[in-house]
Design a protein. Sequence first.
Length: 218
Amino acid sequence: MHVHGNLSATIGSWQTQVLFAKSPFFIGVGNNDVHFFALFRAKLDPDQYIVSLLETYNATLQTLYNLGARKFGIIGVPYIGCSPLMRVTILGGNCSKTGNDLARQLNSGIERVLWEMARRSKGMIYSFGNTYDILFDLYETPERFNITNVRDACCGLGRFNAMTNCHPLAVLCRNRDEYLFWDVSHPSQYAVQVMVESIAFGGPRLARPINWARLASL
């Protein structure tokens, strides 16, 4: 809303409306929410937690639409349960089933919110980037992408290099492009590049109902 107000004051309300209608809005939220819930095992019921997140998500999209936004590029929550941060907190170093289940549930809800909103909102178009399946592919078949380490963070300390965030005294890997994760929770630059290219140019499994390249061209 601050951006809309500043633009309106600078170029006028009509030009701002035109600019908002033409511009794609790229939105990626939910990762930290899932991480927090899975790590700290909040007492709130998981289903209620997802409903609360989706209500906020829907309200935010509606606010943007009311301000004139019509094109939405949505980044789904990735395969988050196998991040070094998740693994280091679980006995045995396994992936967090809770984290992955929550991510899938939230993604399904986001897609439902998008479909229902587009159905009732004139001129709205969107693309949902399925980063969950993209990161799953990177994790399960790393050899396809020349990745050699899907377990450890490239930058950190301790077990899985995930006992601390990346900082000047942390241990840094030799070739970050061979690592799936840069730090305790974020994919490496190379992994992000794969995800972005998949969302921009991929088929309906990775970006739906259209990909981001198509979204930008409309």
